[in-house]
Design a protein around this ligand. Structure first.
Ligand code: NAG
Ligand code: NAG
Ligand code: NAG
Ligand code: NAG
Ligand code: NAG
Ligand code: NAG
Ligand code: NAG
Ligand code: NAG
Ligand code: NAG
Ligand code: NAG
Ligand code: NAG
Length: 861
């Protein structure tokens, strides 16, 4: 369930737009003719150091023949005439801030704001020339590199904001000299290292914001020197250990955000005798355990409290603790692993509650319950609810409703659609079978996201509101042709109709989506006919139509989908040549053509495949033929290096990271069939060309794909020897070369592949001794069967004199295999559910459509 922050993003963004436009109106007030010529020259030169793509923004008004103190973004000291303030926020500056920039001649500046520009480059050390600076704002400037330690020379600095940049390394210790600093904002700046101890020297600090970086380690145990701290926000890092008691003892503290870290242990907040000022306490998504401290009830000023994912170890939680917190507006208690059953009526005394998340807690909801109605966000997922909660009907301010994963049966009540501002409705994973009311009951509401997946809904297919951006009805019992009505939803970004029983062909009108749709999933229906040639659009990132009966060719219009990352058409009746033109899709990461009737060569002179981002290539069980040149795999760089690939598809307007829309693909690794969802894709790299008629040598360039985890070339007509370059695939876990016509020896180097848990060389014409090596020797003899010339353990044929050694190898091998199996299982557990926390940020920064929107949101949450 998405967190508060993500859900309120839209609202935040709107506020921000309003506040930005206000700001633009207030600057540039002083206007006496005081401008000093050398400063005017410096400013004009500064303006010319950048290029402007669209328009010049504030600097447009800067002309040599006017007074520079009257220019937009400039303020002068009325007495001395010096330029003291330069505010060029969001002024379309493109280009680096050079170390010899004329900016540094403006010695009297005390405020410099270059936020929201494109200064691609480093912060030059000469920034310390501006020695009277008090406020320095460089947020969202595409800055990188190290933060210069010369910053420590800006001894007048009170406000420093370097948020939303891609710096490298730690915050320099020299910040410990900034002893006038009151506000420090370093949100999402890619900073790492331990908590900067230098900050403890800065006793004037009121605001520390280090959210969404890569800080780690424990917080210092004595933080009492920060005696004026009001805001302490460090969520979205990897801080660990216990939270120091001294933090709670800071009397001025109002806002404490420690969410999404690795803090552990029971929480001690000490004796709260004097009235606490604490209004915001976010502790969610850590590893806290033990009882919820009773003393929380004394934090009577609390407005927001998040304890989600607190592990009570199936213990009891005394929910009356929260009843004392009468000012609460946000209460997140989801996934606390408690066996306590909570009567929701308990919360009816919290008159201001606007955001309530009790997901994962067993709830008792009395049908006559009436809650105060300022609720805007309500998440009651997995609460063992059996009846549609009637109190929701009077929640007229509700924007967000998640009652997924409960046991509600029957029809969705008609009144739900009448709630005036409800945008997000998630009723997935229940047992609804229909909608109460007339056919157009949903259509007349203004929904943006609707998830009705995993129920037992049947026809008639509902008429949907045109405002929808996200719709999923996967895993239901809808049938018949896909209604053309759906093409009226021209704002749709994600459409998921998978796992129903739709038949007929794909409506041609899907071309209506050509300016919006980024995810289309029709998997596992009975859709037939050819894929329409009409373009589904330039925004498509993920197209999944596997497990249907689609015939004919892949539509060439996909060439224009340059954002396509994921293409899965497995298990259909496609009958086409290999789509060489896919090489023109620079972002393609996953290509699955498995189990169709694709045919012909997969190599063509002059159309060599270079897939820089491809990670999963599965063309198995088709009718491909031909020989592959030895450099076939050169240029498949995502499989040859471990550069992190950022998966951009999952980001949606109100969703969270990969918890939101899961693409899936079936893979076989080490003989296990598995389905990868969500973040599993990010690390998985595999090639499967099995079950075709490809012939000739295995290309030696296969050895370049060092990140490969699964390689399956079985059941083809490969000849020649096994290339020793395979031994470079040090991450390989599964190798299948069976059922070919390979000859020669198994290269002894393969014995060194320590992760290779499953291999199969059977049904070839291999000969010579099976190589030594714990993994290879732990295989079943069937992995080597039907190779007339192979000998040595685990086969019964001896090669002469080596048998004793082999027996010893076997013992080692068995133990090793057990270890492997265990590590494999834990790895699978690790990534299958999708790493919910942490992921979001990277995704957000990469989201293209809502790029600006997301950055802003990100900055504020
Ligand atoms: C501005 O005008 C003055 C006098 O006309 C001239 O000396 C100076 O070079 C000009 N500055 C710029 C940056 O063009
Ligand atoms: C930012 O600047 C860099 C190099 O100066 C340029 O490649 C990039 O396109 C610019 N980005 C935007 C959004 O203008
Ligand atoms: C600043 O240095 C760059 C080279 O780094 C040079 O091209 C430029 O002319 C210099 N500018 C000034 C104002 O000196
Ligand atoms: C500079 O920082 C101070 C202290 O936080 C603040 O009150 C002031 O508004 C800031 N000035 C500008 C121009 O941002
Ligand atoms: C501060 O400035 C002094 C003299 O200008 C210089 O020696 C020193 O290295 C600077 N300190 C930092 C941290 O840059
Ligand atoms: C973030 O910092 C790490 C070092 O901590 C560095 O390797 C990486 O390149 C940085 N990322 C970006 C996008 O600059
Ligand atoms: C702390 O600040 C004082 C001046 O207030 C300075 O002398 C000292 O070196 C600073 N210490 C650190 C660790 O930055
Ligand atoms: C914590 O540090 C302050 C000075 O910053 C010191 O006065 C105090 O004694 C320390 N407290 C403990 C318990 O060490
Ligand atoms: C989208 O399709 C419409 C016709 O349905 C067409 O007029 C329009 O040019 C297309 N836009 C793009 C970007 O392909
Ligand atoms: C791709 O788009 C261009 C421009 O909209 C169009 O002319 C071309 O026919 C499209 N290509 C395919 C294969 O649909
Ligand atoms: C709806 O809820 C389910 C189960 O809690 C979740 O997996 C899914 O991502 C949610 N859908 C949306 C659109 O947020």
């Amino acid at each position: 369930m998405p967190s508060f922050s993500e859900r309120t993003m839209m609202i935040w963004s709107l506020c921000l737009i309003i506040s930005l436009s206000n700001r633009i109106l207030v600057i540039a007030s002083s206007s006496r003719h005081l401008c000093r010529p050398y400063q005017k020259d410096a400013l004009l030169e500064f303006k010319n150091e950048f290029h402007y793509n669209v328009m010049a923004g504030k600097t447009e008004s800067w002309r040599n023949n006017t007074d520079c103190c009257s220019w937009k973004g400039i303020s002068c000291d009325p007495k001395t005439g010096n330029v003291v303030e330069l505010d060029l926020q969001d002024s379309f500056l493109n280009g680096p801030l050079r170390s010899n920039s004329s900016l540094f001649r403006l010695q009297h500046l005390h405020t410099l704001d270059l936020g929201l520009n494109n200064l691609t480059g480093i912060i030059p050390a000469s920034i310390s020339n501006l020695k009277y600076l008090r406020n320095l704002t460089l947020y969202s400037c595409n800055l990188f590199g190290k933060i210069p330690s010369s910053l420590g020379n800006l001894s007048y600095l009170t406000d420093l904001d370097l948020s939303v940049n891609d710096f490298n390394g730690e915050l320099p210790g020299s910040v410990g000299y900034l002893n006038r600093l009151t506000e420090l904002r370093l949100v999402s700046a890619n900073l790492s290292g331990k908590f900067p101890l230098a900050l403890l020297n800065l006793s004037e600090l009121t605001w520390i914001d280090l959210r969404s970086n890569k800080f780690e380690g424990m917080l210092p145990s004595n933080m009492s020197s920060l005696s004026k701290l009001i805001y302490f926000e460090i969520s979205g890092n990897s801080f660990s250990g216990s939270v120091p008691l001294s933090l709670f003892m800071i009397p001025t503290l109002v806002d404490l955000d420690l969410g999404r870290n690795d803090f552990t242990g029971p929480l001690e907040i000490g004796d709260i005798s004097s009235p606490s000022k604490l209004r915001v306490l976010y502790l969610g998504e850590n590893n806290f355990n033990g009882p919820v401290p009773r003393s929380l009830s004394k934090l009577v000023s609390l407005v927001s409290l998040d304890l989600s994912f607190w592990n009570t170890r199936r213990g009891k939680v005394d929910f009356t603790i929260f009843l004392h917190l009468k000012s609460l507006r946000l209460l997140h208690l989801s996934n606390m692993n408690t066996k306590t059953m909570v009567d929701l009526s308990l919360l009816s005394h919290l008159m201001s509650l606007g955001d309530l998340d009790l997901s994962g807690i067993n709830l008792k909801i009395n049908p006559t319950l009436n809650l105060p109605s300022p609720i805007k966000f309500l998440a009651l997922s997995s609460c063992s609810i059996v009846e549609f909660p009637k109190f929701i009907q009077s929640q007229t301010r509700l924007i967000y409703l998640d009652i997924s994963a409960n046991q509600i049966e029957g029809q969705v009540p008609e009144w739900l659609w009448k709630l005036p501002v409800l945008w997000y409705v998630n009723i997935s994973q229940n047992s609804f079978y229909g909608f109460e009311g007339s056919e157009d009951v949903i259509q007349n509401s203004a929904k943006i996201m609707l998830d009705i997946s995993s129920n037992t809904f049947q026809n008639p297919f509902p008429l949907l509101p045109v405002s929808l951006m996200y719709f999923s009805c996967s895993d239901n019992r809808f049938s018949g042709e896909i209604s053309r009505e759906i093409c009226k939803l021209v704002y749709l970004d994600t459409l998921v109709l998978s796992n129903n029983n739709f038949n007929g062909s794909i409506p041609r009108c899907f071309e209506n989506f050509n300016t919006t749709l980024s995810v289309l999933n029709l998997r596992n229906n009975s859709i037939s006919g050819v894929f329409p040639e009409e373009s589904i659009g330039a925004y498509l990132q993920s197209l999944e139509v596997g497990h249907n009966k689609i015939s004919g060719g892949l539509p060439k219009s996909l060439i224009n989908c340059t954002r396509l990352e994921f293409l899965n058409v497995e298990d259909n009746m496609f009958n086409d040549k290999f789509p060489f033109w896919l090489r023109l899709l620079p972002n393609l990461q996953i290509l699955v053509l498995r189990s169709n009737q694709f045919h012909g060569k997969i190599f063509s002179f002059g159309a060599s495949l270079i897939f820089p981002k491809l990670r999963i290539f599965d063309i198995s069980r088709n009718l491909f033929t031909g020989v592959l040149p030895s450099d076939y795999f050169a240029g498949w760089s995502a499989m040859s290096s471990d550069v992190g690939i950022v998966d951009s598809t999952p980001v949606r307007i109100l969703g969270r990271g990969s918890g939101f829309y899961h693409r899936s693909v079936a893979l076989t690794n080490k003989g296990l069939n598995m389905e990868l969802v969500g973040s599993g894709f990010k690390i998985y790299k595999s090639i499967d060309v099995s079950g075709n008629r490809i012939e000739g040598d295995i290309p030696i360039s296969i050895g370049l794909l060092k990140e490969l985890i699964v390689l399956n070339m079985s059941n083809n007509v490969f000849t020649g020897g096994i290339p020793p370059s395979l031994a470079s695939l040090t991450n390989l876990q599964s190798l299948d070369l069976s059922q070919n016509r390979l000859s020669g020896e198994i290269p002894p180097e393969l014995g060194k592949l320590t992760f290779l848990a499953r291999m199969n060389f059977s049904y070839n014409m291999l000969e010579g001794p099976i190589p030594q090596g714990t993994q290879i020797q732990s295989q079943n003899s069937s992995s080597f069967a039907e190779n007339p010339g192979l000998c040595g353990f685990p086969l019964e044929e001896t090669c002469g004199g080596k048998e004793e050694e082999a027996t010893k190898q076997e013992e080692d091998g068995e133990k090793e295999e057990k270890d492997q199996v265990i590590s494999w299982i834990s790895a699978a557990i690790g990534y299958l559910p999708g790493v919910l926390g942490g992921l979001t940020i990277g995704h957000i920064l990469y989201s293209y459509k809502y790029g600006w929107f997301m950055r802003i949101f990100h900055y504020f949450t």
